[in-house]
Write a protein that binds this ligand. Sequence first.
Ligand SMILES: Cc1ncc(C[n+]2csc(CCOP(=O)(O)OP(=O)(O)O)c2C)c(N)n1
Ligand SMILES: [Mg+2]
Length: 418
Amino acid sequence: MAKTKNVKRAAPAAKAKGKPNAKPAAAKPPAAKAKTVAPAATVPPAPLILPSNQGLVRLLEDDGTVQKGKDPNLPEATLLFLYEQMVQVREFDRRMLMLQRQGRIGFYGPILGQEAATVGSVAALESRDWIFPALREGGAAMMRGLSLTEAINQLIGNGADRCKGRQMPCHYTFKEGHYYGMSSVIGTQLSHAVGAAMAARIRGDDVVVLGYLGDGATSANDFHCGMNFAAVYRSPCVLFCQNNQWAISVPISKQSASETLAQKGKAYGMPFVRVDGNDVLAVYSVTKAAVARARNGDGPTFVEAVTYRRLGHSSSDDPTRYRDEAEVKAWEKKDPVDRFRAYLQKRGLWSEAKEVAFKEQIALRVNDAIAAAEKNGPPADETLVTDVYAQVPQQLKDQLTEVLALEGRGVNQGAFPL
Ligand SMILES: Cc1ncc(C[n+]2csc(CCOP(=O)(O)OP(=O)(O)O)c2C)c(N)n1
Ligand SMILES: [Mg+2]
């Protein structure tokens, strides 16, 4: 990460007053030359940080028409990038769930219905910025360049998996893409995200951190810690809550008595905004403005993206046991991909023919990635005991030998001593 003189130092706590309706200041030019992943996009005029109880920020109607005077007029390349990423996330998700059902991977946390919230927010970052995900932001790692094959290696937990098969599926890690590995422990990534952003500022790095959480995580201790530290120390981060209405079987009505989740930002003294999470243009614009504030030294923003988890919490869950299908059907009508495709078609940027060709291309890409990943064998036996101690202690070596003997095997290819 490059050093810069442009970054403001920590403001004393007494000055850290978040004004919910303060207009975000324009971003300073970055000192470090960014390698952007998404095509460069102009920052729209940023009127979008609003107090949440004045409403939901929404630019696209359900039929894809844009509200009068509200089109952020993003460049064509950015619009197509957003759409193509959403379609890729959806197809990848569909196929991975199928692999899980066929017993080819052990677990999967589906994203269906939440594609706009992830893709729109990640696209608003520069590539030098960091992402601290929760369960449903795996698409962000792939947007940052994690190959589909590598992602599937992780889901299988095979020998080519960066985590050496030690993590649950969906816990991708991708340091080069500034994507931090998620923690299963709900909410812990918020303290990490806020702390990493504070560290970046102390080092003088011109970096913003985007930390994700679900609605359920707003009840976790780390949420309160993270929000408080972020606001008091004006950490250059954006905390982005995907309110998908459910935390496994707990509905939002049982999660919080607050009118909105966004307004929790007010209690901590930080600007907050409630955005339609199924409207990729709104998500992108809101996050872009929040990132600009953070980069400018104006502190964190709390974003609540209102969306819906259309499938189970994970491949181990059966949502029909606790929720009404009519609710799911109602949210299907607000589908983020259909809505954005309708917008692109109205603007003449997309067509049926392009849709067919693109979907075919993505399907092939996912097929090839599955085939490549499934060629990899399991992790080496020694990985059961490596990477904890600098020198593997004798008792662990003995245990490994014993375990393998129980399976009627010797230590993998006679690789001991390690
Ligand atoms: C500290 C902690 N408590 C409970 C759990 C069990 N758990 C796993 S996911 C989950 C619900 C998370 O809901 P939410 O934050 O809304 O995210 P979503 O799954 O909807 O994306 C719970 C309670 C956990 N992993 N960690
Ligand atoms: Mg949730």
